[in-house]
Design a protein. Structure first.
Length: 447
C-alpha cells in the first residue's frame, strides 16, 4: 500500500509516491396565457440547494458521517469514504477501501461526452462549514494505483456569491484568491485497465489561511468555440446523470467546472453567433476530447496546455494547427475542433441547431452578482415581461442565471409562486420569477 499526498489531477499514485420533455414546463410555447408546467418531482423533493450547501448553515453529520473535528493549527477533517449518496458515481466501499464499482471501461461508467476507453468513479463529500474563513486547503491521500490507474482529490470553496472552481489539492495545496466559508471535496478514480483499478484507504483535508495578493476585478469570460451534439441517450454523464431524450445540459473538457448532479453551480450561457437564440444550461459532463483543458482560464491557472491562448480549446488547436501532434490527451487523433458538447435538448430546442456549429459561450461562474436558480424548466426566455413576447431560447432546470434587475409585467402562476415579477437577463431578455426557486449572491433591484 502506498501512502501518498498528491494533487487531485488524477495522477497515478505510483508515479507521484429529471429529464424534461421540451417545453413541458416552459412558459406557454403557444404565446398565449401562461400555463402551469409539470414540476420536476425529483427536483422539488430534493433541492439542488441541499447539494450545494446554499440553504444550510451546516452539513448534517447524521446523514453522511463524513466529517470530523478541528485542530489549533487549522481545521482538519477526514472524508468518510462510505458510499451513501446518490451523487456518488460508480464507486463502492468495502474492506476499508474505496474502489470503482465497475472498473470495465464502458459507456455506463465513463463521461458520456468523452468516448475514451477509461472507467471513472467519483465520491462527492458533503459540504463542510468551517469554524472560520480560510483560503488554503490541502489533501493527504492514502491510496494504491497500479500502472494505468489514477486517483486524486479536488476541492472547492464557497465565497458567498458562488462556488470557486474545483481545484486539485495535494502536494501543492489549493489557495483561493478570497476567503471561503465552506469547503467541499471529491475523490476521483480512473483506470484504463479493469485489472488495474485504484483503491483509496483514507483522505484527510486541512484548511488554514495564508497571505495572498488581492485579486484584480475581472469580467465574466466568454469565448467563441465549436459545439458538437453529444447525443449518447442512455449513457451516463460525469456527475452520474443518465442522459434522457432531448436533455438540457452541456459538457466541457475539464472537471474544474463540473456541477454535482441536479445542480447548476457551474452554468454556461451558450448562444448562436447571431445572438438570435441562447440557452442557460448546467455543466454536467466532461468532454469532448479532453478532461484537463479548462481553456477559459488564463495560463497561470489553466491545468494543461498553458502555451495556448486563453479561450482556445486544445482540440481546436490540435485540429486546426496540428498542436500536440493533432492528438488529444489520450493520444487520439482529433477529428473536430470542439470545445463544448451540447445535449440534444440544448442543441435542437434551445439553439435550434441542425448541425454542429460555432457558438458563443459565457462561463457564468467566472462573473459575479445575483443569480436565480431555475427550479422548473426548460423555461422560455422572452424579449419582454410577458408570454406575448417572442422567445429567444431556454433556461434549463437547475441553471443558475445572472439577474441584472427585475420589472413588473404579466402575472404568472408558476411552480414556486404567483407573481408579476420578471427577471431581466443579459441582452434584454426576461424569465418569469414564478419558476425561480431561489436567488443568491446579492440583492436584485428594480430596473
Amino acid at each position: 500500500m502506498l501512502t501518498v499526498t498528491l494533487a487531485g489531477a488524477l495522477t497515478p499514485a505510483v508515479a507521484t509516491a429529471a429529464p424534461h420533455a421540451p417545453g413541458r414546463s416552459a412558459l406557454d410555447r403557444s404565446g398565449s396565457a401562461p400555463e402551469r408546467p409539470v414540476p420536476d418531482r425529483a427536483a422539488l423533493g430534493r433541492s439542488a440547494l441541499d447539494r450545494s450547501g446554499l440553504d444550510r448553515s451546516a452539513p448534517d453529520p447524521s446523514r453522511s458521517g463524513r466529517q470530523s473535528g478541528t485542530t489549533a493549527a487549522g481545521e482538519r477533517w477526514s472524508v468518510d469514504l462510505t458510499v451513501v449518496g446518490g451523487d456518488d458515481v460508480n464507486v463502492r466501499f468495502g474492506a476499508g477501501l474505496l474502489r470503482l464499482a465497475d472498473p470495465r471501461p464502458t459507456r455506463r461508467n465513463r463521461p458520456a461526452a468523452l468516448h475514451a476507453p477509461v472507467a471513472e468513479g467519483v465520491l462527492l463529500a458533503p459540504v463542510r462549514t468551517l469554524a472560520g474563513p480560510v483560503n488554503r486547503v490541502r489533501a493527504a491521500l492514502t491510496a494504491e494505483a497500479p500502472t494505468g490507474a489514477a486517483v486524486g482529490v479536488q476541492v472547492r470553496g464557497w465565497q458567498g456569491a458562488g462556488w470557486t472552481e474545483w481545484r486539485e489539492a495535494g502536494t501543492a495545496p489549493t489557495t483561493f484568491d478570497r476567503p471561503v466559508s465552506r469547503v467541499q471535496a471529491r475523490v476521483l478514480l480512473t483506470t484504463r485497465d479493469a485489472k488495474a483499478a485504484a483503491s483509496v484507504r483514507a483522505v484527510q483535508l486541512t484548511a488554514d489561511t495564508v497571505a495572498v495578493q488581492k485579486p484584480a476585478p475581472t469580467a465574466v469570460r466568454s469565448y467563441r468555440v465549436f459545439a458538437t451534439r453529444e447525443g449518447e441517450v442512455g449513457g451516463v454523464t460525469a456527475n452520474g446523470r443518465t442522459i434522457q431524450p432531448r436533455d438540457h445540459f452541456v459538457a466541457l473538457p475539464s472537471r474544474r467546472g463540473l456541477s454535482p448532479i441536479d445542480t447548476g453551480d457551474y452554468t454556461v450561457r451558450v448562444c448562436t453567433t447571431s445572438g438570435s437564440r441562447c440557452e442557460y444550461a448546467p455543466v454536467w459532463d466532461v468532454g469532448p476530447w479532453n478532461t484537463r483543458d479548462d481553456y477559459w482560464n488564463p495560463a497561470a491557472v489553466r491545468e494543461n496546455w498553458k502555451d495556448l491562448p486563453q479561450g482556445r480549446p486544445e482540440a481546436q488547436a490540435a485540429y486546426q494547427y496540428g498542436y500536440h501532434g493533432g492528438k488529444d490527451q489520450f493520444g487520439r487523433t482529433v477529428l473536430n475542433p470542439a470545445g463544448i458538447d451540447l445535449a440534444d435538448g440544448t442543441f435542437w430546442d434551445g439553439l435550434l441547431l441542425t448541425d454542429n456549429a460555432w457558438v458563443d459561450v459565457t462561463y457564468l461562474w467566472t462573473g459575479t452578482g445575483p443569480r436565480g436558480v431555475i427550479g422548473s424548466g426548460p423555461l422560455n426566455i422572452r424579449t419582454g415581461p410577458g408570454t406575448s413576447y417572442p422567445t429567444r431560447g431556454l433556461a434549463a432546470t437547475h441553471a443558475n442565471v445572472p439577474i441584472q434587475c427585475y420589472v413588473k409585467g404579466q402575472t404568472v402562476a408558476g411552480t414556486y409562486r404567483t407573481t408579476n415579477r420578471w427577471n431581466r437577463l443579459a441582452g434584454g431578455q426576461y424569465v418569469s420569477h414564478a419558476y425561480v426557486s431561489t436567488v443568491y449572491g446579492g440583492t436584485v433591484s428594480p430596473c
